[in-house]
Design a protein around this ligand. Structure first.
Ligand SMILES: [Zn+2]
Length: 475
């Protein structure tokens, strides 16, 4: 039987505020354990939380960038559960009245534009971090707790279950990360945990309107893990259904090393969080004018930039995607293209050797890149030589023209000089010459190569070709 795959994602994004959500502790990553805590984020009796305005601002910006309705009234709730990384034994979150609802995000799967609905986006606080003495909680003698992370502001983003393949889930998450980076509300590093994702997945007979039983997968800490875990679940669930079995509603964890998901807990064991309104915080009431102001501060978002690069600059999807995925390259391209540089030459340069060198050593000043393009266009150096000049630009403070002059890299066009080199090459290879004349045309390239070598690669290939033709005709 054929099945439709139904996937929904739940994403947590740590916001890049300098202080925590409900107290003034620092959020800097990598400090010694338990040095960034206070009575509020440790939940000591009598301490009172105060909402960080920057966290609200970032959450609103994220909601706007995801085309959500931002509610001027929202409320905080307590989510009660016991776990050692949660010092208060409850998490301050938003349950009944979230900050944002009803958004969507558009992104491409190959050439096809897809749209995934965002059900809700709300603010909440991060838990602490457990550090196990062994490799995992089950084989550890003891665990330590670091509360530096406790109370960092998070947004939780929940999608509608309208993703239909593991690959689509990954592409959606990649686009979401890009949007968060563009608006600057998070550093969205999956390896540091500032972007996390859980996935719900179920299967149903193809075309059926009835949803199947869903399974939640946790512990997906890379894009690859997300896609692989979902692929594994599609196979596992269809095998169960093929056998006539039933899918159990449960939470499963992804075991990266084994390449499979494992059952964590079934629905019956799911905790009852006993949500109730947070008594220590007033509801969040936003001024609509402030929300509108934030809307005006949003930068151009990835999809809009992609379209502009294709439509106004004539770039291919491949080129535009590169520039969108690496916004620093995109900014550089737009700055230089605006200054009138040739789009094709520019994008080829940026995506070629330049990309490798800039990633290792940082970007060059735009003016130096522009000059390099210009001296190639003018014919001062060949395209081939421009690679050497580029390497040199990363080492030397000189301008491209100065480098060419210093190194004596100007293209050699002088017909007299080149003719002598051609004649020498022919004289030195009588055997090749006679074979060429006898019809072995492929030897032409060899002869050109000999002249180029004599000219240390600086000869203008067009002139060399013409002279070689003349000299061979003469003999
Ligand atoms: Zn604190």
């Amino acid at each position: 039987m054929k099945y439709d795959v139904v996937i929904g994602l739940e994403i947590h994004v740590a916001l890049l505020t300098e202080s925590k959500f409900l107290c003034s502790c620092s959020t800097a990553f990598g400090a010694p354990p338990n040095t960034q805590c206070c009575p509020v984020c440790l939940g000591l009796p009598g301490s009172l939380p105060v909402v960080n305005e920057k966290a609200v601002e970032y959450a609103v910006k994220a909601g706007l960038a995801l085309n959500c309705q931002v509610h001027t009234f929202s409320r905080f709730d307590r989510k009660n559960y016991f776990y050692p990384d949660l010092p208060k034994a409850y998490q301050i979150t938003q349950d009944t009245y979230p900050l944002c609802t009803d958004g969507f995000l558009e992104y491409y799967i190959d050439d096809e534009l897809r749209c995934t609905a965002i059900t809700r986006l709300h603010l909440e606080e991060e838990a602490g971090k457990l550090i196990h003495s062994g490799s995992s909680i089950v084989d550890s003698e003891y665990s330590l707790v670091d509360y530096n992370r406790a109370g960092i502001p998070l947004i939780e983003i929940v999608t509608a279950p309208d993703i239909t393949s593991p690959r689509q889930a990954r592409l959606f998450l990649e686009q979401l990360r890009l949007v968060m980076r563009y608006i600057g509300v998070s550093d969205v590093k999956m390896e540091e945990g500032s972007l996390r994702c859980d996935a719900n997945i179920s299967l149903k007979p193809q075309g059926s309107p009835v949803l199947g039983t869903k399974v939640e997968i946790k512990n997906l800490n890379s894009f690859r893990a997300l896609e692989r875990a979902l692929e594994y679940e599609v196979k596992r669930q269809s095998a169960v259904l093929e056998r006539g079995g039933k899918i159990k509603q449960e939470s499963r964890t992804w075991d990266e090393r084994a390449g499979r998901t494992l059952s964590m807990r079934s629905k019956g064991d799911a905790p009852d969080y006993r949500y109730f309104p947070e008594p220590d915080l007033p509801p969040l009431q936003l001024d609509p004018a402030w929300v509108n102001c934030l809307k005006d501060t949003l930068p151009e978002l990835p999809l809009a930039r992609l379209r502009r690069l294709e439509e106004s600059y004539g770039l291919s999807r491949y080129e535009a995607t590169f520039l969108v995925n690496y916004p620093d390259f995109g900014d550089l391209f737009l700055e230089l293209a605006k200054a009138g540089e040739d789009n094709t030459a520019l994008v080829n340069l940026l995506m070629g050797d330049y990309a490798r060198l800039a990633r290792e050593q940082g970007h060059l000043a735009p003016g130096r890149i522009a000059e390099l393009l210009r001296i190639v266009a003018e014919g001062l150096i060949t395209h081939n030589q421009s690679k050497a000049v580029l390497e040199e630009l990363f080492r030397s403070p000189l301008s491209p023209r100065e480098i060419v002059r210093d190194k004596g890299w100007e293209v050699l066009r002088d017909a007299e000089q080149l003719r002598a080199m051609v004649q020498e090459a022919l004289a030195a290879n009588p055997d090749i010459v006679s074979r060429y004349r006898a019809g072995e045309e492929r030897l032409w390239g060899y002869l050109v190569g000999q002249v180029m070598r004599a000219a240390a690669g600086k000869a203008d290939p067009k002139v060399v070709n013409e002279l070689l033709k003349e000299e061979l005709a003469r003999g």
